[in-house]
Design a binder for this molecule. Structure first.
Ligand code: NAP
Length: 227
């Protein structure tokens, strides 16, 4: 069965991805910042290994990649993310917090990808997915605000689009997925869908991803989202 590596797998969408892939018989490499703070992962029965990983800690990413260097990874799932301070008001922008959000949401997914690239290249499915947000779509931005989160996801999209072009000759497909507005800690209780529905939809989109459809931003129901 295929193998998936998930970042931020201890709660929210990452935990639901871990649950669903294990239930489907996949081998799951679940990573999270604090292994001890991951009771949801400990409750999952099946082929799952839990590893400590703060995605902003480059030495830690390199060390994990070294320890897993012989493992083909069919699907690399860059899921971990932060929203940052909210609300962000003009005149009160927290630039240090913006720096942190850019590290987590934009730079770290590329660093994780660099470190696990050969694992993906050695696999059968060869897929890299980054969980983005429609809030990173400039075309869709009619509400304004959210300077920090929007810019971090727009920049993630630019990075992942380049990656899709660069990795196409190696047979690796890349997509950016918007999970919908989901009832997680980040999405809050007013979200329109639950994690189960969001992840089931995203898994269908991931299944259908090919080299021909690589390099797009897609909604959890498969609809393309304009940049
Ligand atoms: N929920 C929504 O409506 C929504 C909409 C659009 C996009 N998204 C995106 O979906 C993804 C998952 O979000 P979610 O809703 O599941 O949010 P969540 O419930 O807040 O979970 C966020 C996850 O990211 C992890 N994380 C944050 N910083 C990290 C770091 N430096 N290293 C490793 N892990 C880190 C968290 O770990 P800790 O427990 O250690 O903090 C947690 O596991 C994010 O990329 C988010 O931007 C969500």
């Amino acid at each position: 069965m295929p193998t998936v590596l998930i970042t931020g797998a201890n709660r929210g969408l990452g935990l639901e991805f871990a649950r669903q892939y294990v239930a489907d018989g996949w081998r799951v490499i679940a990573t999270c910042r604090e292994e001890k703070a991951a009771p949801g992962l400990a409750d999952i029965d099946g082929d799952i290994g839990v590893h400590q990983l703060d995605i902003t800690d480059h030495a830690s990413i390199q060390a994990l990649a070294k320890s897993l260097r012989k493992e083909p990874i069919d699907l690399l799932l860059n899921n971990a993310g932060v929203y940052g301070p909210r609300p962000v008001k003009l005149g009160g922008v927290d630039y240090a917090a913006w720096d942190d959000v850019m590290h987590v949401n934009t730079m770290s997914p590329l660093k994780v990808t660099e470190c696990f690239l050969e694992n993906v290249a050695a696999s059968d499915l060869k897929k890299i997915i980054s969980i983005t947000s429609k809030m990173g779509s400039i075309a869709d931005n009619e509400a304004g605000g959210s300077y920090i989160y929007r810019s971090s996801k727009a920049a993630l999209n630019a990075v992942m689009k380049s990656l899709s072009v660069d990795l196409s000759p190696r047979g690796i497909s890349v997509a950016m997925l918007h999970p919908g507005w989901v009832r997680t800690d980040m999405g809050g209780p007013s979200g329109l869908i639950d994690a189960e529905e969001s992840v089931s939809g995203m898994r269908r989109v991931i299944d259908g991803l090919t080299l021909e459809t690589s390099g797009r931003m897609l909604n959890y129901d498969g609809a393309e989202i304009p940049w």
